[in-house]
Design a protein around this ligand. Structure first.
Ligand code: F6P
Length: 537
């Protein structure tokens, strides 16, 4: 089926251009242009973004920007900020950017300015976070809270856990944070192992408050609290909820006074700056949390107002299209050279893959091109001693995002120099490689030469920042959020729905009673029937 993307003049020109450039080596591109590094680097909002080590020329970028223009990116980015219902399959506005809009801004949904409500939730969160942090909020038996356990999954877990890890340096070390997501009982069991229920607060984070994993964990946590504190009045002191669904929160037994709300125009994977950020705020304090929001907002403004050619998320998105749709790269690696960002790739997996892992255009046609890449990664330098072999000498083309910081939050002798030297060396090795001649000149035995050759020509972006602060984290997350949206615009898909997660949920609901009642007749395929039989036995 022809969806029209491939008929665009810019797309056709990109195809022709791809044929001309596909075998050109990054080394040649650098040799031909002494100014290349400068030409393909931006320094915006405190992010030094070097995209010179890509298989692109000025012409490639011109054509990619033309594609963005033909797809209306300039105008359509504004539709998101204006609260238009761009999530067409769920008929919702997409306004995570409003969550970090400064007090006094005006953003309307169905005729109502939503900014005052956002700030009143933020104020309520701040007051609560302060009470936990200064010990004024007491558990049922009068002890202050020491343990905070966030129960949630997907966007209600990955943002909070990533942000907690990323900003641990700024967190109150007297508080102990744990995150429970998996319905596997071991997750909750380990989280409550060895801690005192009297000093424990559960944050039940769920946009819908119906998610099987979260509700199951929350019910078990409730039983655990009651097994220790016996009185149901204890629930009000040990449970708070983050949700859009007050009715379900009430049914669970959490006083809606202890609920922090948000709205249907916040998607799960875009929700870390909504009430879902409560655990982050308790950890780092309201002031640091405001800096985090400010960082997000600065990147929102950059994305919204900056011409495409100077726009970091737009360029990231277009480079992704270039590799995904023309070079047919299947994955995109993200390697943070900052240990605190160890959960960042996992966070990005939901953001990018639940958003752009789509096969249907906004108009309901099956796409006739590749959409979202597979995102993956681990912090450097750990990855270097694990899977980088494949990135350097394997048969697959893997574009890489390196993320590094000049300063360490824990300066220890030469550690930071070693860390950053490694990041820079990896980008250099991937791009420039090592030729047969170079290997031979080193006196390597002839039979080993082919094993020691590095072809290079492997692309990477480097994002270099000064030091990991709350606002820098905000900028980085918003940068990826917006690049996901731009890719969605180019592919004409909806990055804000997630129908693909539904079928498995429905089928699991059918299977649960079949596991519990051994006499139910099984009507699945023979493989599923046999597997259920094995479990039953
Ligand atoms: O299963 C997908 C999903 O809907 C995600 O989009 C979402 O982040 C997650 O489940 C959790 O949903 P909720 O916050 O409603 O529990």
């Amino acid at each position: 089926m022809n969806t029209g993307l491939k008929n665009l003049e810019s797309w056709k020109n990109l195809e022709k251009h791809f044929d001309e450039i596909k075998n050109v080596h990054i080394k040649t591109l650098f040799a031909e242009d002494k100014n290349r590094a400068k030409r393909f680097t931006l320094n915006e909002t405190g992010i030094y973004f070097d995209f010179s080590k890509h298989r692109i020329t000025g012409e490639t970028l011109d054509l990619l920007f033309k594609l963005a223009e033909e797809r209306g990116v300039e105008k359509r980015r504004l539709e998101m900020f204006a609260g238009e219902k761009i999530n067409v399959t769920e008929e919702r506005a997409v306004l995570h950017t409003a969550l970090r809009a400064p007090k006094g801004s005006e953003i309307f949904v169905d005729g109502k300015n939503i900014v005052p409500d956002i700030h009143s939730v933020l104020d309520k969160m701040s007051a609560f976070a302060d009470k936990i942090r200064n010990g004024k909020w007491k558990g049922y038996s009068g002890k202050p809270i020491k343990n905070i356990i966030n129960i949630g999954i997907g966007g209600s877990d990955l943002g909070p856990v990533m942000a907690y890890e990323a900003l641990k340096h700024y967190s109150d070390r007297l508080l102990n944070f744990r995150f429970v997501s998996n319905v596997d009982g071991s997750d909750l069991a380990e989280a409550i192992n060895g801690i005192d229920a009297e000093e424990t607060l559960f944050i039940v984070a769920s946009k819908t408050f119906t998610t099987l994993e979260t509700m199951t964990n929350a019910q078990s946590a409730r039983k655990w609290i009651l097994s220790k504190l016996t009185d149901t009045k204890a629930i009000a002191k040990h449970f708070v909820a983050l949700s859009t669904n007050a009715a379900e929160v009430g049914k669970f037994g959490i006083d809606t006074e202890n609920m922090f709300g948000f709205w249907d125009w916040v998607g799960g994977r875009y929700s870390m700056t909504s009430a879902i950020g409560l655990s982050t705020m308790i950890a780092i304090g309201p002031e640091n949390y405001r800096l985090l929001l400010d960082g997000f907002h600065q990147m929102d403004e950059h994305f919204k107002n900056t011409p495409l050619r100077k726009n970091i998320p737009v360029i990231m998105a277009l480079l992704g299209i270039w590799y995904n749709d023309f070079f047919k790269a299947e994955t995109q690696a993200v390697f943070p050279y900052e240990n605190y960002l160890k959960r960042f790739p996992a966070y990005l997996q939901q953001l990018t893959m639940e958003s752009n892992g789509k096969q249907t255009t906004l108009g309901g046609q099956r796409v006739d091109y590749q959409t979202g890449a597979i995102y993956w990664g681990e912090p450097g330098t750990n990855g270097q001693h694990s899977f980088y072999q494949l990135v350097h000498q394997g048969t697959k083309l893997i574009p890489v995002d390196f993320i590094g910081f000049k300063e360490s939050l824990n300066p220890l002798s030469a550690h930071q120099d070693y860390l950053i030297a490694n990041m820079l060396a990896q980008g250099e090795a991937l791009a420039f490689g090592k030729t047969e001649e170079q290997v031979r000149a080193e006196g390597v035995a002839p039979e080993l030469i082919p094993h020691k050759v590095f072809d290079g020509n492997r692309p990477s972006s480097t994002f270099f920042l000064d030091v990991l602060t709350p606002d820098k984290l905000g900028k980085l997350v918003a940068m990826y959020e917006h690049s996901v949206y731009v890719q969605g615009l180019i592919w004409n898909i909806n990055p804000f729905d997630q129908w693909g997660v539904e079928l498995g949920k429905v089928l699991a609901k059918n299977i649960i009673p079949e596991l519990q009642d051994k006499n139910t007749e099984l009507r699945h395929d023979s493989s599923t029937n046999a597997l259920i039989g094995f479990y039953r036995r």
